[in-house]
Design a protein around this ligand. Structure first.
Ligand code: CA
Length: 229
């Protein structure tokens, strides 16, 4: 059974989240204080964290940053303020997702399940035998290095494949062009950062139905790119 830690000081919200998560079969723990929550997040094994931003003690941003120093466990930040979203995107805290209050419990549950199954694919028993990423109509077969949209193969170059796969393996995480360049073109003497933009454009032309309105790789203006789930 997956264990989820909620760090949230508003009881009405944490209890609502807990009820829905338990109905979906998850085991749920709640911490109301940020400092105590962080200590528990670091010392116990959880499968996913749901963090509020404004908390007594350590705030949600700092908790997220510290979790990321030692764990890859999915983190969903629940924020009351729209402004916080820009901060989350800009700071590169390593949150996997964010939800704004008021949110629909159904939406939160869908995201929790999506992140848990992704994390399980990457780290679980099936990670080695089943090296396939499937997100909506997109299927990436990592072993065969082939990409399909709705079952139809799309031919990508080596770097296009590496870039798409890297983004798809870290959905909702915003990467700057510099980070992507380092990740994919590391040590390549012929590349420069503009290469990233060119490759994203090529990938979109190959996988998007309408590359001016991309459904997979989203441009976050002034920051970089993220893969939407
Ligand atoms: Ca709060």
């Amino acid at each position: 059974m997956s264990k989820i830690l909620i760090i949230e000081d508003e009881k009405s919200i944490s209890e609502l989240e807990k009820d829905y998560l338990e109905l979906s079969g998850f085991e749920v723990a709640i911490e109301e204080n940020g400092t105590a929550g962080l200590a528990r997040a670091l010392s116990e094994d959880f499968d996913l964290f749901i963090l509020d931003v404004m908390l007594p003690g350590t705030d949600g941003f700092e908790i997220c940053r510290q979790i990321r120093e030692s764990k890859n466990t999915p983190v969903i930040i629940v924020s009351a303020k729209k402004d916080d979203l820009d901060k989350i995107k800009g700071l590169g805290l390593g949150a996997d997702d964010y939800v704004t209050k008021p949110f629909s419990p159904g939406e939160l549950m869908a995201r929790v399940k999506a992140h848990l199954s992704r994390y399980d694919r990457l780290t679980g028993e099936h990670a080695k035998e089943n090296d396939i990423i499937e997100i909506r109509g997109l299927k990436i077969d990592k072993t065969a290095r082939r990409v399909y949209i709705d079952g139809e193969e799309r031919i990508l170059t080596t770097k296009e494949f590496d870039l798409l796969t890297f983004l798809a393996e870290h959905p909702n995480h915003v990467y700057s062009k510099e980070e992507l360049f380092r990740e994919i073109w590391d040590m390549d003497p012929w590349g420069d950062i503009a290469t990233v933009t060119v490759h994203i454009k090529k990938i979109r032309e190959k996988i998007e139905a309408d590359s001016s309105n991309p459904q997979y790789i989203e441009t976050i203006w002034g920051v970089g790119y993220r893969f939407k789930i």
